[in-house]
Design a protein around this ligand. Structure first.
Ligand SMILES: Cc1cc2nc3c(=O)[nH]c(=O)nc-3n(C[C@H](O)[C@H](O)[C@H](O)COP(=O)(O)O)c2cc1C
Length: 212
């Protein structure tokens, strides 16, 4: 057993989350907490973990950046041929987790995942800096490379061929996760944390408290 890790203890004491201060609309509650995280100037406040499941029922999780959100869903951008792209193709459900340690807050969202429409993906692609656009177009995300040089050479070749003017490739774009569940978690003293879960029933959201 690792003694150093076992002795590591942090008391959560910053805030509370009560039934009377949670917004009955989980999209509004998300917006409130997300803006607190943005205003706190946290590094990568829009970073979250996305878990997907493959055709054998095995989960994979990775960090992604949330790039947009509304009642339509929570959006991220990636390579459609990546591991996550393959998972989503076969099993279009996922789970997102945001954790802001400085705020002692966690948000979990679960739901169905759909591709964004191609126009939306293209608008976002064209708004990216050219280097990021080139990387998205050239990198065969999640495939094995023989070396870093292989990737750098492919970037150089692409630069020579297309310069700075090229469109979004059809294998790169956005997805949205359409929530059917949210959980808002606020750390409290002695691990008696507040957890408010929202579920949708007949198109109405209702919430309840979960045991920590
Ligand atoms: C802070 C951070 C932000 C990231 N943002 C993205 C992103 O927005 N899109 C993306 O495809 N990968 C992003 N990645 C890389 C992913 O974690 C992952 O390595 C990649 O998407 C391949 O995942 P997959 O093999 O499961 O498909 C990010 C990684 C980190 C650490």
């Amino acid at each position: 057993m690792n003694d150093d890790i076992q002795k590591k203890r942090h008391e959560y004491s910053l805030k509370e989350l009560n039934e009377h201060d949670v917004n009955p609309d989980p999209f509004v509650q998300f917006d409130t907490w997300f803006k607190i995280a943005l205003d706190a100037d946290l590094p990568d406040a829009n970073a979250m973990t996305l878990a997907t499941v493959n055709s054998d029922g095995k989960p994979t999780a990775r960090i992604l950046l949330l790039k947009d959100y509304s009642k339509d869903g929570y959006c991220f951008f990636t390579n459609y041929r990546s591991k996550k792209g393959e998972d989503i193709e076969l099993n279009p459900f996922g789970a997102m987790v945001f954790f802001w340690p400085q705020l002692e807050k966690q948000i979990r969202i679960e739901g169905r995942i759909e591709k964004l429409n191609p126009e939306h993906s293209s608008v976002y692609f064209m708004a990216r800096p050219v280097g990021s656009r080139r990387a998205a177009a050239v990198s065969p995300q999640s495939t094995i490379l023989t070396s870093r040089a292989e990737l750098e050479n492919a970037i150089e070749k692409f630069k020579n061929e297309y310069g700075d003017e090229f469109n979004r490739p059809d294998y790169w774009g956005g997805y949205k996760l359409i929530p059917n569940k949210f959980e808002f978690w606020q750390g409290r003293e002695s691990r008696l944390n507040d957890r408010i879960e929202f579920v949708i029933e007949k198109e109405n959201w209702r919430f309840h408290r979960l045991a920590p």
